[in-house]
Design a protein around this ligand. Structure first.
Ligand code: NDP
Length: 337
């Protein structure tokens, strides 16, 4: 059983030394348990938080423990009445080949799912995050200008497309020309601005002539700096993630702008609300799943995966996720079905 464990906690950006690949024995299945073998492992930005022991909404991974993560698995042995050998499930077995489960939290996917890895992306946590954050907190209205950062990523690509379905003018922010072109040509966004451009703030302002009504925040940092002066009175800001800060070891240099931010929130009556998807919206997963299934079947949602072959390549791929090297939802193919 190959397992990637947390070897040490990173200071700043994670490095390959923070991970260790071990080869341990396959666990044995007790009564009421199933043995799962992963086929796909999801890599997600929140894993950076689990590598750190700073206080957060979830406990950190202990040193020497297997890295956590969502997986699509097949049941290889079952001592559980509700699961059959060969069946596919969505689980949380982490960065390893085999995991044991007592069935709690496993989602059944049947014997022959058509796109098993979709359960980690468009039909899973990132898609659900986009749907609830945008619709429940963002409250988009027809004709609104919606800006979304990390626009071609797992969450951002869904936010923008759902925004288009709701009649918004959608402006993406992404890293590099190729991603920006993809956002307009494939995802149907009205414009997409490269945050690496020197005149990024000016370009964003020019694309948002009517100001910004909804800003879906995935990134923070200089992208938010450019967005803040453009927010309209009554704007909504679903605060989903701050990936540009996940490797930060200190507060940014420069003057303290907290009072300026608070004054803007007050004067413009801006609503900014954080959310943690399953904690806040777990009970609404069914509503999301049926709507997204319908949109997918009608060809209204375009979904791009960035597939990496081999569990051993997970650390490098994860490090790249925090540098914008992924193009689409990052998934590792760990084993052949
Ligand atoms: P993505 O697939 O969007 O991948 C991350 C992307 O972030 C990169 O491709 C890169 O895109 C962008 N990025 C990385 N570093 C920077 C930087 N320094 N400045 C600007 N952009 C950067 O990941 P996800 O869709 O899975 O996650 C997006 C956000 O949503 C994250 O912040 C994540 O933590 C958050 N999230 C929150 C949840 C919640 O419950 N609140 C649940 C799920 C996700 P580019 O090259 O375009 O810059």
């Amino acid at each position: 059983n190959r397992q990637i464990v947390l070897a040490s906690r990173p200071t700043g950006a994670p490095t390959p030394d923070n991970f260790r690949l071990e080869n341990n024995s396959i666990p044995t299945v007790k009564d009421g348990e199933v043995l799962l073998r992963s086929v796909y492992l999801s890599l997600d930005p929140y894993m950076r938080g689990r590598m750190s022991d700073a206080k957060s909404y979830a406990d950190p991974v202990a040193i020497g423990e297997t890295m956590v993560g969502g997986t699509v698995c097949q049941v290889v042995e079952s001592n559980h009445p509700n699961f059959d050998k060969g069946e596919w499930v969505l689980g949380f077995t982490g960065w390893q080949d085999y995991g044991i489960s007592d069935g709690e939290g496993l989602i059944k996917m049947g014997m022959n799912p058509s796109h098993p890895s979709y359960a980690l992306g468009v039909m899973g946590m990132p898609g659900f995050t986009a749907y609830m954050g945008l619709l429940d907190i963002g409250q988009p209205k027809e004709g609104d200008t919606l800006v979304v950062a990390a626009a071609t990523g797992a969450v951002g690509s869904m936010v923008g497309q759902i925004g288009k379905l709701k009649g918004c003018r959608v402006i993406g922010v992404a890293g590099g020309e190729e991603k920006c072109r993809y956002a307009t040509e494939q995802l149907g966004f009205d414009a997409c601005i490269d945050h690496k451009a020197e005149d990024f703030a000016e370009q964003l302002a020019a694309a948002c002539e009517q100001g910004i009504d909804v800003y879906f925040e995935n990134v923070g940092g200089k992208v938010f700096d450019a967005v803040l002066p453009l927010l309209n009175t009554g704007a909504r800001v679903p605060l989903c993630g701050l990936i540009s800060q996940y490797n930060a070891t200190s507060l940014p240099e420069g003057p303290d702008r907290m009072s300026m931010l608070m004054a803007q929130l007050l004067i413009k009556r801006i609503k900014m609300q954080g959310f943690i998807i399953f904690d806040d919206y777990g009970h609404r997963y069914g509503e999301f799943a049926s709507q997204m299934t319908q949109w997918l079947s009608e060809g209204k949602i375009h979904y791009r995966e960035h597939l990496v072959e081999g569990l051993e390549n997970a650390p490098e791929a994860f490090i790249g996720l925090l540098e914008g090297k992924n193009f689409g939802k990052l998934v590792v193919k760990t084993n052949e079905p």
